[in-house]
Ligand binder design. Structure first.
Ligand code: NAP
Length: 245
């Protein structure tokens, strides 16, 4: 028996957005380390290939899953999300895990100064894409005997903070949407949770807080096991906002 058959997620299929870097990439690597086959999505082919390389290295060293790369722009190609669920269903017969980590900050600025372009991008990626992912992936997630969805949020969603208005509003809408979905699927095996990683050393955080010492922060690999724990078949929580700190 190969080592890859021994992980708690062996044989499971995961789809991870934001998988080209940061928290999404670390979560995908952790899911693969636990044995999952990961469908990796983000815009950057190079970033996805780096995550794929890391997954191959982890699998070679410790056993584990593999990856399929799906470059995709959640804003510009949103209409093309609709066939995703059916094609996942056709290829795998189900989806066991969704980790939605793709997100954008926009520009930190007073609400009165938010540009239409920034607003459109932040709402498209942080909120509308989640609705479209849920719309297309709910059927294959329900087809799993232990479907798990983990959607990344932030404490700012419930703590309005000057200059973070577009980002905070998009995440507040996301939390409402995802919590509603969790309530709707409560009677099924599907478990849906939000995860707030706290401040983590990523490109998004560096854009928001350029003067901060990145090494004073948690690293993506530090929070990835918390996300993976919410994806395990034994996870019972649903409809919660799970916070790293
Ligand atoms: P990051 O390093 O900037 O990663 C963001 C990811 O989103 C990248 O993989 C990026 O890939 C993808 N993405 C952005 N726009 C996209 C688009 N239009 N279409 C498809 N993919 C897109 O940020 P991160 O910190 O890891 O963020 C991950 C999640 O954690 C986000 O939802 C964020 O709001 C949340 N979060 C982060 C922190 C923190 O301190 N870092 C705190 C609280 C919550 P491409 O550029 O290749 O498309």
């Amino acid at each position: 028996m190969s080592a890859s058959l021994q992980g708690p997620l062996s044989g499971r299929v995961a789809l991870v957005t934001g998988a080209s870097r940061g928290i999404g990439a670390a979560a995908a690597i952790e899911l693969a380390r636990l044995g999952a086959h990961c469908v990796l999505t983000a815009r950057s082919q190079g970033g996805l290939e780096e995550t794929d390389d890391a997954i191959r290295a982890v699998s070679k060293a410790h056993g584990g899953g593999s990856a399929t790369l799906l470059p995709f722009d959640l804003q510009k190609d949103a209409d093309k999300l609709d066939p995703l669920g059916p094609s996942v269903f056709e290829r795998f017969g189900r989806l066991d895990i969704l980790v939605h980590a793709a997100g954008v900050l926009g520009t930190l600025t007073p609400v009165a100064h938010i540009t239409p372009r920034d607003w459109a991008e932040v709402v498209a990626v942080n909120l509308t894409a989640a609705w479209r992912l849920i719309r297309t992936l709910d059927p294959p997630l329900r087809a799993s005997d232990a479907g798990r969805a983990v959607i990344l949020t932030t404490g700012l969603a419930r703590s309005p903070t000057p200059y973070w208005g577009a980002y905070g509003a998009s995440k507040a809408g996301l939390e409402h949407l995802v919590s509603t979905w969790a309530a709707e699927v409560a009677a099924t095996p599907l478990r849906v949770n939000l995860f707030d990683p706290g401040p983590v050393n990523t490109k998004l955080r560096a854009k928001a807080m350029p003067g901060e010492d990145p090494m004073s922060l948690a690293q993506p690999a530090d929070v990835a096991p918390r996300i993976a724990a919410l994806c395990l078949p034994g996870e019972a929580r649903s409809g919660e906002v799970v916070r790293a700190a």
